[in-house]
Write a protein that binds this ligand. Structure first.
Ligand code: SF4
Length: 242
């Protein structure tokens, strides 16, 4: 399967050789048998081998993103995705927001929380004096879209969890905000309802974690926005204390 433009960019950024068809004279089809490679061959080959074979816990963010881009552990998701949705933002952010999984628009654009729910999340960030990409990182527990926006299966969340754990360990945020029931239950390995998980601090990989509503839910239930704001203030208080 040909690489997407985004995948090519990521691979190029981390020094992995990207094989491209040699230019053909105008009007002729590309010569797919003849290729050239970008990057420094020796270094790039070593980097590619590292990304393929190194334990996930030893990859940096670029290597992790490349590993995710090639992951096919969940056969159905890998077959149907447009692209993986790794996460986006400041790699040294104090705030890490984690949602459930990419939706249709995220799958198309390769970025988490776009569309109406993303706009609401950005408004919530603005209310905190934050903005996407600046001291904020946004990710999901699944890097691939479940078809029809169904809930992720336990097998899928387990398969994808090492990638998220490594993201958390690399970013080392001051607080994690779990967006919605599925993200909260998965991250905390709990079956408790959202109402019991909200309103207090938890801990994940040594980092304080606060639970709030998913922005898509808040679009349907705006009367809960005040509660969500309370959750965010709890998270902000934790950031200010640390
Ligand atoms: Fe791999 Fe995660 Fe996508 Fe499953 S959801 S195929 S584990 S990247």
């Amino acid at each position: 399967m040909p690489l997407s433009t985004r995948q090519r960019e990521v691979l190029h950024q981390i020094g992995i050789p990207v094989w491209v068809p040699r230019q053909s004279p105008a009007g002729e089809p590309p010569d797919v048998g003849a290729t050239e490679v970008s990057g420094v061959p020796g270094q790039a080959t070593a980097a590619a081998a590292t990304v393929r074979s190194a334990p996930v816990a030893e990859l940096d963010l670029g290597g992790l993103q490349a590993r995710v881009a090639g992951c096919t552990a969940c056969t159905e998701l890998a077959r149907q995705r447009t692209q993986t949705v790794f996460g986006v933002g400041d790699s040294h952010a104090d705030w890490l927001f984690i949602g459930e999984a990419p939706g249709a628009e995220e799958d198309r654009r390769g970025e988490p929380f776009v569309g109406r729910a993303g706009q609401l999340l950005e408004n919530m960030l603005a209310a905190l004096g934050l903005r996407r990409g600046d001291n904020v990182y946004i990710a999901n527990i699944l890097k691939c879209r479940p078809p029809g926006n169904r809930d992720p299966s336990p097998e899928e969340t387990s398969a994808c969890r090492p990638f998220l754990d490594r993201q958390i360990d690399l970013i080392q945020p001051r607080v994690i905000v779990a967006l919605g029931r599925i993200a909260a239950q998965s991250l905390l390995d709990s079956s408790a309802p959202l109402g019991r998980l909200r309103g207090r601090e938890h801990e994940l990989r040594g980092i304080p974690l606060v639970v709030t509503y998913h922005p898509a839910y808040l679009l349907r239930s705006p009367s809960d926005k005040a509660r969500a704001w309370g959750d965010l203030l709890l998270a902000r208080a934790r950031v200010l204390r640390s």
